[in-house]
Ligand binder design. Sequence first.
Ligand SMILES: Cc1ncc(COP(=O)(O)O)c(C=O)c1O
Length: 390
Amino acid sequence: MTTHDATWPSHGGQATSLLARFGLPPDHPLHDFSTNLNPLGPPDWVPSRLADAADGLVHYPAPDYRAARTAIARQAGVAVEQVLLTNGGAEAIFLVAAAHAGGRAAIVQPTFNEYARACRAHGMEVADITLAGPDFRLDSESLERRIERCPVLFLCRPNNPTGTLVPRETVERLLSLAAARGCRVVIDEAFIDFVTPPEEGLAPLLARFDNLVLLRSLTKLYALPGLRVGYLLASELMVRKIKACQPPWSVNHLAAELVAPLLADTAFLARTRQWLADERPRLQAGLAAAGLEVIPSRANFFLVRPAIDVEATAGQVQHRRPVDGSIQALMTESIALTTERLFERLLHAGILARHTHGFPGLDGGWLRLALRDRDSNTRLLGALGEGGES
Ligand SMILES: Cc1ncc(COP(=O)(O)O)c(C=O)c1O
């Protein structure tokens, strides 16, 4: 198994190819812990609301999506001109890259791989700033030199796949340093609604920092990946620049119609927060009790790996090939193999985890597990308990 093994699928889900890889039939029953959608969603009223809105499909959507943007602006406390509605968070990422085409970008890694893909698709040169586990701490001062010649920096908060949340004070320091160096900071808040106690989000900082761009998605909280709706918040000037790269009517009528009622459903958000308060500590404790190393998460997923005795593993790999320079690579490979055995065992037990091949710094040595409803989480813990630690 190589460090960046391109034979693994690039996103969560994609069960068929993973089942085939491990010799299991395509109809092998699976509980999907590889995608991070809110198990409480979508809200019950969504189908009837969509049916009501269907009449409008005979018209083009109003190109400025005024009603949806007004609802977003109100919730975020910004001017409507600072909001751009997008076809999911993914389009927002690609639009930011399009607006900086041909330039340079830095990406705080390990993170969602679409930032790098978007930058490369738009001819950007990409530099990774890879944080080290197991705490994945971002030190804004040490970033100072790295952002010197970099017009754009991508940061995910809370981060996918580590679940870590860069503290607000660090973000503010980073924004000041970046502003002084002409660097735009793009912060993806796709998972911000899962942070408890609730974080306000960074929208208020837009009033102080015009080098800040915030990306949001309605996909994860409302469990509507097929709807394709997200948005971007930035200065009016930046929104105009980014909008110039967006195809017309990029967001369909049904998606646009749902934005205001989704944002207004505060009862759904309250239920979600209750579920997080109940299940996140329970799953975290259960995963640790099952012998896994667990990164404490502020989001709705956990990054885990089999607890590894680093000294024993180093001893084993040294025995295999006593050449100093290759020990680190052999360690990485050995940890990834142990993790792959856990992935396979879970797959056999009907649990689909998210592998981490292709994430710089993780290199297949970790798995990401979504937080799901109580019964599913219990099933996951049961599967981990059977057969002991991998
Ligand atoms: C951090 C992050 N941002 C954005 C997205 C894309 O969201 P959407 O489905 O709204 O395009 C994802 C999807 O997994 C994600 O993990």
